[in-house]
Design a protein around this ligand. Sequence first.
Ligand SMILES: *[C@@H]1O[C@H](CO)[C@@H](O)[C@H](O)[C@H]1NC(C)=O
Ligand SMILES: *[C@@H]1O[C@H](CO)[C@@H](O)[C@H](O)[C@H]1NC(C)=O
Ligand SMILES: *[C@@H]1O[C@H](CO)[C@@H](O)[C@H](O)[C@H]1NC(C)=O
Ligand SMILES: *[C@@H]1O[C@H](CO)[C@@H](O)[C@H](O)[C@H]1NC(C)=O
Ligand SMILES: *[C@@H]1O[C@H](CO)[C@@H](O)[C@H](O)[C@H]1NC(C)=O
Ligand SMILES: *[C@@H]1O[C@H](CO)[C@@H](O)[C@H](O)[C@H]1NC(C)=O
Ligand SMILES: *[C@@H]1O[C@H](CO)[C@@H](O)[C@H](O)[C@H]1NC(C)=O
Ligand SMILES: *[C@@H]1O[C@H](CO)[C@@H](O)[C@H](O)[C@H]1NC(C)=O
Ligand SMILES: *[C@@H]1O[C@H](CO)[C@@H](O)[C@H](O)[C@H]1NC(C)=O
Length: 249
Amino acid sequence: MAILILIISILLLSAPAASENEVTGIIGESVLLSCDLKSSTAIDTARLRFHWQDESKIVVYSFNKGEENQHQDSLYTNRTKAFRSEMTSGNISIKLSQVTLEDKQNVYSAFATLLGENDKHNHPCRTTLLVAARFPTPSVTVNKTNMNATCSTQGGYPQPVVTWTIQDRGNHTLDPWEVQTNITLDSESGLYSVWSQVNITENQTVTCHIFNPVLRETVSNTTIVSPSKSINTDPAGACDRTQHLIFMN
Ligand SMILES: *[C@@H]1O[C@H](CO)[C@@H](O)[C@H](O)[C@H]1NC(C)=O
Ligand SMILES: *[C@@H]1O[C@H](CO)[C@@H](O)[C@H](O)[C@H]1NC(C)=O
Ligand SMILES: *[C@@H]1O[C@H](CO)[C@@H](O)[C@H](O)[C@H]1NC(C)=O
Ligand SMILES: *[C@@H]1O[C@H](CO)[C@@H](O)[C@H](O)[C@H]1NC(C)=O
Ligand SMILES: *[C@@H]1O[C@H](CO)[C@@H](O)[C@H](O)[C@H]1NC(C)=O
Ligand SMILES: *[C@@H]1O[C@H](CO)[C@@H](O)[C@H](O)[C@H]1NC(C)=O
Ligand SMILES: *[C@@H]1O[C@H](CO)[C@@H](O)[C@H](O)[C@H]1NC(C)=O
Ligand SMILES: *[C@@H]1O[C@H](CO)[C@@H](O)[C@H](O)[C@H]1NC(C)=O
Ligand SMILES: *[C@@H]1O[C@H](CO)[C@@H](O)[C@H](O)[C@H]1NC(C)=O
C-alpha cells in the first residue's frame, strides 16, 4: 500500500516538463488560464497549495490549503477566480478577468505542491496570453463625386490586414497599389483604426475585408455602386456582414 501511494505521488508530482499553452484574451473580457494536475486520484484541497505567477514573478492567484489569495499581488486584485469544486480532480485553472493590453504576451505559470510526507514542487503549466480586440464591422460608403469607396472601422487589436474584393471580377482581390489604406494607432486606447479607399466604377459590388491575425477573424461589409443617375449612394440591403471564426487547435 505504501509503495502504491509512493508511486501515485511520483506520478502526480514528478512530471518535470510544464505543459505549454497559448490562449487569446479579448480586451475587457475574461480568459481561462488552464491547468490540470493530471491526478489519477482525488486531491484533498486541505493538502493542496498552488499559485499562478506572471513572468515578472508577481503572484496572480494563490491557494493555500483552502485559503485564497494570501499572497496575491494588488495588481491582480478582483481579477481572478479559481474553481474550488474542480480542484479535487486536479483542475487548478483560474479565470483572469478584465484582460488589458498590458497582459499581452505575458507568460503565466502555475506551481503546485501536494503537502504530505515528501512534498514536491510541481510546475505543471505555462500559458502565454495573446491579447486581441475585435474590429467592429466596417462601414463602407461610396462617394459618387470622387467615384471611390471608403471603408472604416476602429477599436481593434492587433494591426489588421485590409483587403478589397470586387465581385464582378470573380471576387478578385485588389492589388495594394489600387488601394490606399491608413492604419493608425490610437495612443490613448492602444487600439487600431482603419481607413481604406479604392476607386470604383458604376455597378460594381465591392467588399472591404478586415482580418484580425490573432483572432483569425474577418469582418467585412459590401456595397453596390448604383448607376450614377441614382441619387441613392448607400442602397439598403447592400450591406452584409460575414464573419469567419477559425480557431487554431
Ligand atoms: C477546469 O474548470 C473550469 C471551470 O469549470 C473549466 O472551464 C475547465 O475546462 C476545466 N479545465 C480542465 C483542464 O479540466
Ligand atoms: C475589489 O472589490 C471590492 C468589492 O467589490 C472593492 O471594495 C475593492 O475596491 C476592489 N479592489 C480593487 C483594487 O479593485
Ligand atoms: C455596412 O456599411 C454601411 C454603410 O456605412 C453601414 O450603414 C452598415 O451598418 C454596415 N453594415 C454592418 C453590418 O455594420
Ligand atoms: C465626396 O468627396 C468630396 C471631396 O472629397 C466631398 O466634398 C463630398 O462631400 C463627398 N461626398 C460624400 C457623399 O461623401
Ligand atoms: C463572390 O463572393 C460572393 C460572396 O462571398 C459569392 O456569393 C459569389 O458566388 C462569389 N463569386 C464568384 C465569381 O466567385
Ligand atoms: C483614383 O482615381 C483618381 C482620379 O479620379 C486618381 O487620381 C487616383 O490615382 C486613382 N487611384 C488609384 C489608386 O488608382
Ligand atoms: C491617409 O494617408 C494619406 C497618405 O499617407 C493621407 O493623404 C490621407 O489624408 C490619410 N487619410 C486619413 C483619413 O487619415
Ligand atoms: C478618391 O477620390 C479623391 C478625389 O478624386 C482622390 O483624391 C483620392 O485619391 C481617391 N482615392 C483613391 C484611393 O484613389
Ligand atoms: C449599370 O447598370 C445600369 C442598369 O442596369 C445600366 O443602365 C448601365 O449601363 C450600367 N453601367 C455600366 C457602366 O455598366
